[in-house]
Design a protein around this ligand. Structure first.
Ligand code: UT7
Length: 331
């Protein structure tokens, strides 16, 4: 049967501060009704601690996971930090996180593919387990989206929030764990969702800052269209080639970008609302945090052997779907 990479523990962290729709109504020209009906978001968490970056949340999620799993950080051999908002442009956030949690025997790297970062990280981490070279891989999805959002732009500031989730991957010889994945990208999508400046093409300058080019720009309706089609396509594909009917699927774990995108994906898969993990109303779109935070919120409802399908779409464009069987019962 060979070795599969199973998720054996989950951790999470969201900041305390709640940015509600009514607070946003005082900041930009928007309404609770518009936000609720167009996105399904009621509030998002914002990291307010002075000088704290993405690593702050990633460390908290990882520490919670280690405590739950009851293992010492020195057992971790690899830390992948999936993030679109690293602490700094160059120094690896993953390296800092690994050192801070005491993962002294791990190597570590960041993985950036916008909202698909965690999904790509999960599949990447699994390769090290399946190859038999590594036995404990920590995959963290963390983003401080508030650091790259323009709070005068109503088309983006109502959507995003901050948060982090983490999973531990370990070998499983009972056939449980990651079963299949479909990962895709299409660089022609980068004109619809990007941060124009601060990278190598347009380094930051007084002018780029004045033009607010260091913030996320999104052509919402265009991204929406691609997200709906592509998330549904890859999720359908993964069900088909693994002979899964909707009845076989215990949960869909969709990227939390917009409730309408999630509903459309579930509909195309024939999966009922009760089987769709949903927390967008509480956290908004936390980019790399959405999928592991879903697992964090729903962990108690997952049983050993459950078939779950992850589905994500993000900037680049990048997207994909993963089929995984859950490896443990709630404690
Ligand atoms: O996670 C990475 C991938 N990202 C996504 O998947 C996001 C995909 N896109 C979306 O979720 C949606 O496109 C948005 C939520 C961003 C926008 O919703 P929409 O239904 O596509 O709205 P729209 O952009 O077509 O705007 C409709 C109207 C416009 O006004 P006019 O031109 O019709 O007068 C906007 O200016 O709504 C206006 N509008 C707002 N009104 C109140 C845009 N943002 C707001 C707002 N409050 N916050």
């Amino acid at each position: 049967m060979g070795i599969k990479a199973a998720i054996t523990a989950v951790g999470g962290y969201v900041p305390d501060y709640r940015l509600t729709n009514s607070i946003l109504e005082t900041m930009v020209d928007t309404t609770n009704d518009w936000i609720m009906s167009r996105t399904g978001i009621e509030e998002r968490r914002i990291l307010k601690e002075e000088g704290a970056g993405t690593s702050f949340m990633a460390i908290k999620a990882a520490e919670e996971l280690l405590e739950k799993r009851g293992i010492d950080a020195s057992e971790i051999e690899l830390v992948i930090c999936a993030t679109a908002t690293p602490d700094m442009m160059v120094a690896s956030t993953a390296a800092y996180v690994a050192t801070k949690i005491g993962a002294v025997n791990a190597f570590s790297f960041d993985l950036q593919s916008a909202c698909s970062s965690f999904l790509y990280g999960l599949v990447t981490g699994a390769q090290f387990i399946e190859a038999g070279t590594h036995k404990k891989v920590l995959v963290i999805g963390a983003d401080k989206m508030s650091s790259i959002i323009d709070y005068t732009d109503r088309t983006t500031c109502v959507i995003f929030g901050d948060g982090a989730g983490a999973v531990l991957l370990e070998p499983n010889e009972e056939g449980l764990g990651l079963q299949d994945s479909v990962l895709k990208s299409d660089g022609s999508g980068r004109e619809f969702l990007y941060i124009k400046s601060g990278g190598s093409m347009h380094p930051s300058s007084e002018e780029t800052v004045q033009k607010r080019e260091h913030f996320v720009h999104q052509e919402g309706p265009q991204v929406f269209k691609f997200a709906v089609t592509n998330m549904a396509d890859v999720s359908g594909q993964i069900m088909e080639r693994n002979n899964l009917s909707a009845d076989d699927v215990a949960f869909l774990v969709p990227h939390q970008a917009n409730k309408r995108i999630i509903d459309a994906t579930a509909r195309r898969m024939g999966i009922g609302e009760d089987k769709v993990m949903l927390n967008i109303h509480k956290y908004g779109n936390t980019t790399s945090g959405t999928l592991p935070l879903c697992l964090w919120d729903y962990e108690k409802r997952l049983k050993k052997g459950d078939n779950i399908i992850f589905s994500a779409f993000g900037g680049g464009f990048t997207w994909g779907s993963v089929f995984l069987t859950w490896a443990y019962d709630p404690s």
